[in-house]
Design a protein around this ligand. Structure first.
Ligand code: C2E
Ligand code: MG
Ligand code: MG
Ligand code: MG
Length: 288
């Protein structure tokens, strides 16, 4: 299938295109190989912090490909390809299984308040496989469903709202929470937003970055926050990089923040260090 696909795209007179296609196939094959491998596809975790007291409330998992020759390959590079080839369905399943396993481990160690948000793709949602994948991951890990959030972008939710609503309702019935990612960058229809069963609204980094810069930037975030608040949803401001952004956000009904200012996506061992500190387990950790 991959070959036929690539072949169809080669026009025969553009050598650059030929090499692009070859490169694409290489990456695709490499990705297939990586998926079959143990430990090459893994998750990093970025803290999501309560803005009032700076405590970590949860994490978002972000997929990483640790390529043996090329080092870490960015998801921006391989997620779109995985999406096109359908490999994303398997990657998405991997993320759910690994993420829930880690979350269960955190719960054993720190109590089960901490939550984890796991990104799912358009394809997982459209093909409805995500419901079975979530069930399987919950079953394997035994994790409390309410501590798991399924994160999908606004554009994915709105691409086919009726399917999205039906699928998300099934997920919600499991007790799992739903989080709308990159809010404000897609084309949200206000006719649908109130029908989407979501718990958390993530305001895109685009808005956070303009927040403290102009009156206008602030007004836009205020407007989104008012919408979320009136819908009775909790909110996360994404992409917080500076302290002045936090001060501005604290005047709004936005509970959580996420961004490099609080912490970059990090491997599991670093999460443990952070949580050991937060939960006062440093001594225990040293003895363990
Ligand atoms: P996203 O879900 O919107 O994730 C947020 C991205 O913004 C992450 O990039 C994160 O590292 C980055 N980020 C966080 N805070 C800051 C900040 O303060 N400043 C800046 N400049 N960037 C910040 P990352 O890890 O490269 O992931 C990119 C995208 O890849 C994600 O965007 C998501 O759409 C996709 N992705 C990652 N993991 C998965 C996954 O497991 N499944 C699926 N379907 N997509 C994934
Ligand atoms: Mg996300
Ligand atoms: Mg996001
Ligand atoms: Mg994004």
């Amino acid at each position: 299938e991959a070959k036929a696909n690539g072949g169809a795209r080669v026009c025969g007179y553009d050598p650059n295109m030929q090499s692009r296609v070859t490169e694409r196939l290489d990456v695709e094959n490499e990705l297939r190989r990586a998926i079959a491998q143990e430990g090459e596809i893994l998750l990093h975790y970025q803290p999501i912090v309560r803005l009032t007291d700076g405590q970590i409330a949860g994490f978002e998992s972000l997929m990483r490909w640790r390529h043996p020759g090329r080092g870490f390959v960015s998801p921006a590079e391989f997620i779109p390809l995985a999406e096109e080839t359908g490999l994303i369905v398997e990657l998405g399943q991997r993320a759910l299984i690994l993420g829930c396993r880690t979350l269960a481990e955190w719960h054993r160690r720190y109590g089960d308040e901490i939550w984890l948000s796991i990104n799912v793709s358009a394809r997982q949602l459209a093909e409805r496989v995500v419901v079975d994948q979530v069930k399987q991951a919950l079953q394997m890990s035994g994790v409390r469903p309410g501590a798991l959030k399924i994160e999908l972008t606004e554009s994915v939710a709105m691409a086919n709202p009726e399917t999205a609503i039906a699928t998300l309702e099934e997920i919600a019935e499991l007790g799992v929470k739903i989080s709308i990612d990159d809010f404000g960058t897609g084309h949200s229809s206000l006719a649908y937003i109130h029908r989407l069963p979501f718990d958390l609204l993530k305001i895109d980094r685009f808005f956070t970055s303009r927040l403290a810069e102009s009156r206008q930037g602030m007004e836009i975030v205020e407007t989104i926050a008012t919408l979320g608040h009136n819908l009775g949803r909790e909110m996360v401001a994404e992409g917080i990089e500076r302290k002045d952004q936090i001060a501005a956000l604290r005047t709004l009904p936005i509970t959580y923040g996420q961004g490099y200012y609080f912490g970059r996506p990090m491997p599991e061992e670093m999460v443990r260090e952070l949580l050991d500190r937060q939960y006062g387990l440093l001594e225990v950790a040293r003895k363990a």
